[in-house]
Write a protein that binds this ligand. Structure first.
Ligand SMILES: NC(=O)c1ccc[n+]([C@@H]2O[C@H](COP(=O)([O-])OP(=O)(O)OC[C@H]3O[C@@H](n4cnc5c(N)ncnc54)[C@H](OP(=O)(O)O)[C@@H]3O)[C@@H](O)[C@H]2O)c1
Length: 328
């Protein structure tokens, strides 16, 4: 079965599941390089051809891992990387892109995204620099990440935005209030991140209380659980636990794994161009094959939507999964 399809308005042929390289660079705790490389190669063997990284992940180490893993085979895969918000001046973007290319051992990036908005630097200057990189052949396409309706509208007036990478998963559906509609209307593919809610939707936890405090930083959780939380609120844990209980029930009723439900649901949502999933080792990467294939029935999709409607309502329209009001 042919899985890869055209990514938005680009000529990139991408797998519906995108490999997320953040965890491989140690974002979720100690990580052996051998495991990270085997996880990357395992993802490719499973059928994933699209890899998402960022200069921010391990300060370039994540990009270097991709370069090490694929070497001469770089042309067989599609790579997106992201420029950090502090580097969004025209000179900053040019230098950051060249540094990322060096890290990757490649002379081009398929997709280059602005990782987060920076309100101190005019967006027009940043987009101008991205256009220049495209003319130079250093990037094939560019786009944005963590852009809400207002920022995305501005960006679309300035250039050809080929993707918006945003948090979107069963436990965080805030883009459904407006960003998703805009992406659909303007044909900007959504790259969903934290699709497994950093592992909470990978079927390992019965209770939110068991989820590691260092990962319980999103707005669903009470900020008192993790002192470095970017938000200062009490979260929506009761609604979150109820959603988790209901999703567990759906796993029993369908015989499907929780990550299959989580990814299958995202794949069926409007404007979704790629569901990003991160793994830590070769064993976890084997599971990506099922995630590439999974297609849920309308009944199961509806049950999952219903299971998380109350949580969606409580978390509201702010697309910032970690803090408040940083995304417009
Ligand atoms: N643009 C942005 O601002 C932004 C922000 C965050 C993430 N992202 C992107 O999105 C990617 C993915 O999101 P994420 O890193 O937040 O995590 P995620 O994909 O939601 O969850 C990853 C975790 O799921 C667990 N997992 C995956 N496959 C598994 C399997 N087969 N069996 C058991 N557990 C499994 C692992 O947990 P354990 O670690 O417990 O094994 C893994 O670390 C990132 O790598 C990055 O590319 C982008």
């Amino acid at each position: 079965m042919k899985l890869n399809r055209q990514f938005g308005n680009t000529d990139l042929q991408t797998s519906p599941v995108v490999y997320g390289c953040m965890g491989g660079a140690g974002a979720f705790g100690p990580q052996e390089e051998k495991d990270s490389i085997e996880a990357l190669l395992g993802a490719y063997e499973a059928g994933v051809n699209f890899f998402d990284t960022a200069e921010m992940y391990g300060k370039g180490y994540s990009e270097q891992l991709l370069g090490k893993a694929f070497g001469e085979k770089r042309k067989d895969i599609i790579i997106s990387s992201k420029v950090s918000p502090k580097n969004l001046s025209p000179e900053g973007i040019q230098t950051a892109c060249e540094r990322s290319l060096k890290n990757l051992g490649s002379d081009y990036l398929d997709l280059y995204l602005i990782h987060w908005p920076n309100r101190d630097i005019p967006l027009a200057d940043s987009i101008g620099a991205l256009k220049k990189l495209k003319e130079q052949g250093k990037i094939r396409y560019y786009g944005v990440s963590n852009f809400g309706k207002e920022d995305l509208t501005d960006a679309l007036e300035l250039g050809d935005i080929s993707a918006n990478q945003v948090p979107y998963h069963l436990f965080f559906r805030s883009i459904e209030f407006d960003v998703q509609l805009l992406c659909e209307k303007k044909k900007v593919p959504i790259m969903c991140y934290s699709s497994l809610m950093q592992g909470l939707l990978a079927g390992k936890y019965r209770s939110l209380a068991d989820f590691p405090a260092s990962r319980a930083r999103t707005r669903m959780f009470d900020s008192r659980r993790w002192e470095q939380c970017a938000h200062k609120e009490h979260g929506a844990e009761e609604a979150g636990q109820k959603a988790l209980d209901d999703i567990w029930k759906i796993t029993s009723a369908t015989g499907l794994r929780m990550e299959e439900l989580a990814v299958g649901w995202l794949k069926a949502q409007k404007a979704v161009g790629g569901v990003i999933v991160g793994t830590r080792n070769a064993e976890q990467s084997k599971g990506l094959r099922n995630l590439l294939d999974i297609k849920l029935s309308p009944d199961v999709l509806a049950a999952l939507t219903e299971a998380t409607d109350e949580l969606k309502k409580q978390l509201g329209a702010d697309v910032d999964m970690w803090g408040k009001n940083r995304i417009r």
